[in-house]
Write a protein that binds this ligand. Sequence first.
Ligand SMILES: [Zn+2]
Ligand SMILES: [Zn+2]
Length: 214
Amino acid sequence: MEEKKIICPHCKQKLNKWSVPSFNFSDGLGWCTPFLYVCFNDDCKFFRNSWKQMDEVYGQKMGYRYMLHPDSGESSSIPAGHRDAMKGDIIDEIQESREAHELEERKKAFQLLTDYFINKDVDSILAVLLDENAFGSVRLKAAEHLGEIGDLRAIEPMANCKFSHEVIQKKVNEAITKIHKKNFTMECPYCAEIIKIRATICRRCGKELTAKTE
Ligand SMILES: [Zn+2]
Ligand SMILES: [Zn+2]
């Protein structure tokens, strides 16, 4: 069904998406849908007349709102005990489309990262990791990838960056350790130069290195 055409035939106002609560109404319809289209216009003829009718015919203070099933396109009505009943479950469509957009963007970012990984494009993966505006989950994956395919050149940029996300920082530290292990290197505890793990004297600062057990 096309979104734009979803209007109330009684008042011509756009129907709202309304999330169906988990309990069933007494009619036991079992809508089998996460949402229904409902007219929440309080001035809608259908809604106003339903109050009058319920009062006159049954002596009940309640009304009905116009409702449309999103899958079958069948229209029906839904009981409303008072004006504001059910309004708390109106789906915020602006928020919803924002979330859908973000999901799409995140998918794209992950796809791009996977391409970098397949092509062993370490520089591009590094760029993703260091991008403060990138999705956290994507940066986390980038750190993981760097641990797998990163070389010694990747260590400096990673070590020089302070990551505000604790989880990312942890993953980055793991990646650095992994790269060192593969290359039989370590960081000089005095000057942070990358040196061979077998070195007894740092080639940069000249400090003597006591053998570490690790
Ligand atoms: Zn209406
Ligand atoms: Zn040193």
